[in-house]
Write a protein that binds this ligand. Structure first.
Ligand code: SF4
Ligand code: SF4
Length: 334
């Protein structure tokens, strides 16, 4: 009964959210209102979380959600920037911080780049784990079918790790994390409890939740710098043979850019290519297409978010109106 009521409420709010997000998007597109992209994105993220809750309440096989990955070839990491429930949670924490007028910490460029490289090792580890388990405990008649089964229903299934950040944070099934009959999912926590049995597993899950929430108070999108799902999306995003494919991308115009570095400071992923690259499409597997750089840039037409060569958002002239927190961070980073 309670789930039917929650389900109906979510369906209504999803429809209302779609309506509001649609109106805001048209307004921004027409008038290119600065600073509204962030709020539109929060609405879209909330609607996406509600839609995912609805989808996960239906008997859709988990593997269908992997269809998201090929879409990356055309829409980049749009999922990370606009739809991921875990990304939404981290963005909400960032917004809380803005309410209390606290600034973020900026990672040194070299450390940030190293962390981004580390995520590929983490992804490789998860993908190879079934093989390691297989070597440690070999099946009696190994053949290709056994290898496939090991990946799909073996003691460790890598695709469940990839799907974890796609699951909503409130789930329509029972989970070990509940409050008043509402069941929560925190990415990876359920997997940790499943694969590491007993109190030790629970302790690791609690530490993981604590660390990711606390670090979100200090840095923007901390987990996105390691996330195996984000890494896989990033790999597809950078495949050499598909450089023609992206329909959605950030573009920089060197003639209009004044090298103020406001965009890089505003960028939650600290994409350094925004400053390093001279012209054209920003080629970075870290970019989650959140458009923070576009809404923060004080120089007209220097950066644009484009869809199939048409500008969706472009930077406007707001010279002298650089937010105080960005100015503070620029000073701190020099
Ligand atoms: S990197 Fe991972 S956690 Fe971050 S937005 Fe992408 S899928 Fe979500
Ligand atoms: S480069 Fe721009 S769109 Fe990409 S993650 Fe950074 S702020 Fe967002």
């Amino acid at each position: 009964m309670i789930w039917e009521i929650i389900g109906d409420a979510l369906r209504i709010s999803a429809l209302a959210g779609f309506g509001i997000a649609g109106i805001l998007t048209v307004l921004i597109w027409k008038q290119n209102l600065r600073t509204r992209v962030t709020y539109t994105r929060l609405v879209v993220q909330a609607v996406a979380s509600a839609a995912l809750f609805y989808l996960f309440s239906k008997p859709i096989p988990l593997s269908y959600y992997l269809l998201l990955f090929p879409l990356t070839l055309f829409f980049g990491r749009l999922y990370c920037g606009w739809l991921c429930p875990f990304g939404f949670l981290m963005d909400l924490i960032s917004q809380l911080k803005r309410i209390f007028r606290k600034t973020y910490r900026i990672l040194p460029d070299r450390l940030n780049k190293s962390l981004h490289k580390l995520r590929y090792l983490l992804l490789l580890f998860f993908l190879l784990l079934p093989i390691l388990l297989w070597i440690m405990d070999p099946p009696p008649n190994p053949d290709l079918a056994v290898v496939k089964l090991q990946y799909l229903i073996g003691p460790f299934q890598p695709y469940t790790v990839l799907i974890d950040p796609i699951m909503p944070l409130v789930v329509p099934w029972t989970s070990p994390f509940s409050f008043n009959s509402i069941y929560f999912n925190y990415p990876y926590a359920q997997n940790i409890v499943t694969y590491v049995s007993g109190d030790f597993g629970l302790a690791i899950a609690v530490v993981f939740v604590g660390l990711t929430l606390m670090s979100s108070l200090l840095f923007r999108r901390p987990w996105c710098r390691f996330c195996p799902t984000g890494s896989s999306l990033a790999i597809l995003n950078r495949l050499k043979g598909f450089k023609w494919a992206p329909l959605l991308y950030i573009e920089k115009n060197e003639e209009k850019c004044k090298d103020c570095e406001v965009c890089k400071i505003a960028c939650p992923m600290q994409v350094s290519e925004l400053c390093e690259q001279k012209n054209g499409k920003i080629a970075s597997s870290q970019c989650i297409l959140c458009a923070r750089c576009v809404e923060s840039c004080p120089h007209p037409d220097a950066i644009k978010l484009k869809m199939a060569r048409k500008a969706l958002f472009k930077s406007r002239n707001s010279a002298g109106k650089i937010p105080k927190w960005i100015r503070k961070l620029i000073l701190r980073s020099k």
